[in-house]
Design a protein. Structure first.
Length: 490
């Protein structure tokens, strides 16, 4: 049972807090996982915002929870956990005494979680003030959002600054994809089922695709996104972390140190892409106006309000892991905005059967495929070849075994990655968080790509509402592969 804790959400009035963090804590309460005596302390910059906060939080929950999740009885009880605080996080005299009084009024040795829902540039300043105000206790943890920095050097500076005030075991670098139940289930599938683990290597697998596609454009992130782009925003963290979980060796034990050690080995084995290798193995794109679900949407430059920009909104990568298990297996990573459908999935394409005993009259035999879908629904699909049962002729067709996790666990199942990770931080369980060494190694692989793009070329254009540039399809065709696009026949 989780002990009571205080979680301070710096930037409590921001989009992340209202859209994700508060709904996560509300669900934790509904499931009985928010211990009595815990407090949620969202920070705001003005006294007027503090007075309005409870109403703001209520409206946010009504907007961002799923259908049927909000009810007045649970809201009334949950709102008692909310204690908004006025703080200017970049100024030592910005009302910090109020927070210190609140945290110190409870004499128990309660865990303190400082969630920095802030721009990475102010992480260090916030941690410095927390230290100077003597708010960091032995049971304190700090949670920091991605991406950490804009390159390896800036990430190292941010991490070094945080490390002046928090020990590495107190720093929880969050990647919400790692909190998804289906991602954790990936380890269960691999390491507790001989069916998969014995067929999880270059001898059996032809290629692996990891895709995260979004239908949205810039929304309210124009300023940040044009400086970051898809490579920094999505590949450096989300996609590389998913790659690590797919490709890593079995850890000795399922604890934080063992899991992180195996993930780090994958990052170290990633074949570097430098210079012309970047051109040959990576496609970057930028969306232009197009039809998305029957509606004409603007292009990137129109949304940005600028005449020109070479920032990529799409990236497709052909990567290789140079170790015994994965030698020769291409890993295709893809992410993009304004794509045809919203989806995040891992697709494992197996090799064809070594000898086909059937003649051509039975139809084509497709390789087996395992699809682990993370969003919008969380499903596991396994495609096998089977005889058609609706006629007497010998004809084969692919059939799909489909596990809908929401159906499996009933209407009460609400997978919420932030809920899981925030509770893990409160419980001091770092297994699903990212170590500083992983951040460093990921940037070492990403930095040469950024350097090459700064020297040469511009993004290929693709229509909003498509699956990205044609160049991305050609990248896979070079190996006789094709993207698996959700909702379309392979």
């Amino acid at each position: 049972m989780l002990n009571p804790f205080d979680i301070v959400i710096f930037g409590g009035g921001g989009d992340l807090a209202l859209r994700k963090l508060l709904p996560a804590m509300y669900r934790a309460y509904q499931e009985g996982n928010l211990p009595e005596g815990s407090r949620i302390l969202p920070t705001v910059r003005e006294e007027s915002k503090k007075q309005e906060y409870i109403e703001t939080a209520q409206q946010a929950l009504k907007s961002f929870l799923g259908e049927g999740e909000f009810n007045n009885r649970d809201w009334k009880a949950f709102s008692a956990f909310l204690v908004p605080v006025v703080i200017n996080v970049t100024e030592p005299d910005g009302h910090w005494d109020e927070l210190r009084t609140l945290l110190e009024q409870d004499a128990s040795d309660k865990s303190r979680v400082f969630y920095l829902s802030l721009p990475p540039a102010v992480y260090g300043t916030c941690c410095e003030i927390l230290s100077s105000k003597k708010l960091i206790s032995d049971t304190s943890r700090v949670v920091v959002e991605k991406p950490i920095g804009y390159c390896g050097e800036s990430a190292e500076e941010i991490n070094a600054k945080i490390a002046q005030y928090f020990a590495e075991e107190q720093i929880f670098r969050i990647d919400h994809y790692l909190g998804k139940e289906t991602v954790q289930n990936l380890m269960a599938l691999r390491f507790s089922n001989a069916l998969f683990e014995n067929l999880w290597d270059a001898k059996s697998i032809d290629n692996i695709q990891i895709s995260i596609s979004e239908t949205v454009g810039l929304e309210s992130r124009a300023g940040f996104y044009d400086k970051a782009g898809a490579l920094r925003d999505m590949v450096q963290n989300h996609l590389l972390q998913l790659l690590c979980l797919v490709a890593m060796e079995s850890p000795h034990k399922l604890n934080a140190n063992s899991i992180r050690a195996e993930k780090l080995k994958v990052l170290e084995a990633l074949r570097p892409l430098v210079g012309e290798q970047v051109d040959a193995n990576i496609v970057r794109g930028q969306y232009v106006p197009g039809d998305l679900n029957g509606k004409l949407v603007p292009g990137y430059l129109e949304e940005l309000g600028e005449g020109s920009s070479t920032t990529e909104t799409f990236v497709a990568i052909r990567a290789h892991i140079d170790n015994w298990r994965w030698a020769g297996v291409p890993f295709y990573l893809r992410t993009g905005k304004r794509m045809k459908k919203r989806c995040a999935e891992i697709v494992v394409e197996y090799k064809p059967v070594s000898h086909n005993v059937y003649d051509e009259s039975v139809g084509p035999i497709q390789p087996n495929r395992l699809v682990i879908r993370l969003q919008p629904e969380e499903t596991i699909q396994l495609t096998l070849m089977s005889k058609r049962m609706d006629n007497l002729n010998m004809e084969l067709q692919p059939v799909t075994l489909n596990i809908e996790l929401s159906e499996q666990y009933g209407s009460s199942f609400h997978s919420d990655a932030y809920k899981r990770l925030m509770l893990d931080a409160a419980a001091n369980n770092p297994a699903l968080f990212i170590h500083r060494d992983e951040v460093r190694q990921a940037w070492q692989w990403i930095d040469p790509i950024i350097e090459r793009w700064q020297q040469k070329g511009t993004p290929a254009l693709y229509r909003a509402g498509s699956w990205g540039p044609v160049d991305a399809d050609e990248l896979l065709q070079e190996n006789n592969h094709a993207w698996f696009n959700v909702g379309e026949k392979a």
